[in-house]
Design a protein around this ligand. Structure first.
Ligand code: AMP
Length: 284
């Protein structure tokens, strides 16, 4: 019998859209309406459970969902009993300690005695306790960056991606406490079911595809050796004869980050009609 599973996903916020996009890219089809909490996946024994991002880890730890998508920062903050199955590459951010521009503080050791506003009090308290620096955390749910201006904190520890929000708010970063990104999680000690194993394979395949491109080109036979030496494919390229005797089509998979410097070299080597195509899934 095929076991049915639930996957807990953020219902709004920063991780919502990239998480549902990843599932769709992995081949799961579902119709979501704005207020639906549970959504069945078409032709698969899977139910998607859309909940607050903050609740995902707890629901997975409790076994309500067998898999979930959340941020590293959130699992650290609430210490849920979950395992990281895969890093998903989106929702990248850092928890950064910062002080107002005019503060004389330049190093983390000088935080002794400060009030630190943060949405991640447990992570912050642990970080400073490990360093033997006594601080008082000021837990806030949002608007952490304005706490020094309001006089309720001397410093902040806030999530940033580019860091520009901190600069706009007159804050100077001192150090990074934690690096975070979205992750796929499962309960700590549960045995993974056959359905969950398939879901993990499909999501990993979609992730692997994101960093790769399929490159197709025509080339004179005489250029094959040079083209093969240029393309660092995951396997040797496929070479297909064309109706013109002296021409071949070369197909290969390359890292997306390599594309921009490969194309001019392929052209110089004699390739023409070069196509760069996205890949939906890669199963090695
Ligand atoms: P949400 O509150 O639902 O928008 O989700 C917040 C989660 O998104 C955080 O816990 C992080 O894992 C992630 N994230 C990524 N970049 C940022 C950022 N610049 N600020 C806050 N959260 C971020």
């Amino acid at each position: 019998m095929i076991d049915s599973i639930r996957i807990a996903l953020p219902n709004k916020g920063r991780l919502e859209q990239p998480a549902t996009e990843l599932l769709r890219q992995a081949g799961f089809q579902f119709e979501r309406t704005p207020r639906s909490l549970t959504v069945p996946v078409r032709d698969a024994p899977i139910e998607l459970l859309f909940v607050r991002t903050k609740d995902v880890a707890e629901l997975v730890a409790d076994g309500v969902a067998e898999l979930g998508v959340t941020g590293v920062d959130l699992t650290r903050e609430d210490g849920s009993a979950v395992n990281t199955v895969s890093e998903l590459g989106f929702g990248r951010c850092r928890l950064v300690a910062a002080v107002p521009d005019l503060s004389p503080i330049t190093a983390i050791e000088e935080f002794e005695g400060l009030r630190v506003a943060t949405s991640h009090p447990r992570t912050v308290e642990r970080f400073f306790a490990d360093k033997g620096i006594a601080i008082t955390s000021v837990p806030l749910n949002g608007s952490v960056e304005v706490a020094p201006k309001l006089g309720i904190a001397d410093a902040v520890a806030d999530l940033v991606s580019s860091g520009s929000t901190m600069l706009i708010n007159g804050l100077r970063p001192i150090t990074t406490l934690l690096e975070s990104q979205a992750i796929l999680i499962e309960p700590l000690e549960a045995e993974r079911s056959a359905t969950a194993t398939r879901v993990v394979t499909m999501l990993d395949a979609a992730m692997a595809a994101r960093n790769r491109r399929y490159v197709v080109m025509n080339a004179p036979k005489t250029a094959i050796d040079e083209i093969e030496s240029i393309i660092p494919g995951i396997e040797a390229p496929t070479v297909v004869p064309l109706t013109h005797d002296d021409m071949v089509a070369v197909h290969s998979v390359v890292e997306s980050s390599d594309v921009w410097h490969l194309l001019p070299r392929l052209k110089e080597a004699g390739a023409s009609g070069i196509l760069v195509l996205p890949i939906q899934q890669v199963i090695a």
